[in-house]
Design a binder for this molecule. Structure first.
Ligand SMILES: [Zn+2]
Ligand SMILES: [Zn+2]
Ligand SMILES: [Zn+2]
Length: 257
């Protein structure tokens, strides 16, 4: 499987509107971060390449154009914060291309919130015009998509418990402020860990850089990649803060799992 980082920015994106800080004004392209989302490509049993999108970020349209994907076989949601779901309307063009609805997966709270926030998608009212065709399925344990085992992992995100996901030997834990003990066991033996690390200073609902390094060193993945980065972290200038085996994500980064 291949995982592509479509966006590694926090909820504001980087640069932040109106900000003149060194990261927001830097010429380093890897400091330009769209909202967090990843794209997974996997070969199914018939040798057909299948695509799984994790979250429909606010920047979904530009992310699809940049990465050049024109098909989404499934969507998996981590949690219902605006930066992770508000691009949902852009799924409708994929319905047209694929001539089918798109299966979407998430925990009950996330899908309930999606239905509430985007009620127009799920009613039968024709006056709402052209809208996405989606089928929602609640998941509460490991499931299989295209031969890939996907394991939801409970992680803390401030006061909420949300899902990170393990895809074979690759895990994606985006908005994370802590990992409960029972979830640590599900994260052993990883080749790649993609983990949220917001900024240097502590934050109530995200790991700081030091906390993320501490967790990464505990989980001991072969390779750890930090995502959901704010403008408080500079791709190049802060790289020296990362121990061996840990690196910052950048938009467009491709990872073989
Ligand atoms: Zn987020
Ligand atoms: Zn800034
Ligand atoms: Zn969040």
């Amino acid at each position: 499987m291949k995982l592509t980082i479509l966006g590694c920015g926090t909820s504001t994106g980087v640069p932040v509107i109106g900000c003149g800080c060194k990261v927001c004004t830097s010429t380093e392209v890897r400091n330009r971060r769209l909202r967090s989302s990843v794209f997974i490509e996997v070969l199914d049993a018939c040798g057909v390449l299948r695509n799984i999108l994790v979250d429909t970020s606010v920047d979904l349209r530009i992310q699809a154009l940049r990465a050049g994907f024109t098909r989404i076989d499934s969507v998996i949601f981590t949690h219902p914060h605006a930066d992770h779901i508000h691009g949902i309307d852009d799924l409708r063009i994929f319905n047209v291309i694929q001539k089918s609805s798109i299966p979407c997966y998430g925990d009950g709270a996330t899908l309930g919130r999606v239905k509430l926030l985007f009620g127009y998608i799920f009613n039968e009212d024709k006056k709402d015009g052209w809208k996405p065709q989606l089928s929602l399925s609640t998941i509460d344990g490991p499931f299989d998509l295209f031969g890939l085992t996907i394991t939801p992992i409970n992680i803390q995100h401030g006061n909420n418990m949300i899902y990170g996901y393990r895809f074979g030997d690759v895990a994606y834990l985006t908005d994370c402020s802590g990992v409960p003990t029972e979830s640590l066991e599900l994260l052993r033996g990883l080749k790649v860990l993609v983990l949220g690390a917001l900024r240097k200073n502590p934050h109530f609902s995200h790991l700081s850089l030091d906390q993320a390094i501490e967790l990464a060193e505990k989980l001991k993945a072969d390779r750890t990649i930090f995502t959901h980065l704010s403008h408080g972290l500079d791709y190049a200038k802060d790289a020296h803060l990362l121990p061996a085996g840990i690196e910052f994500a950048y938009d467009g980064m491709e990872i073989e799992g």
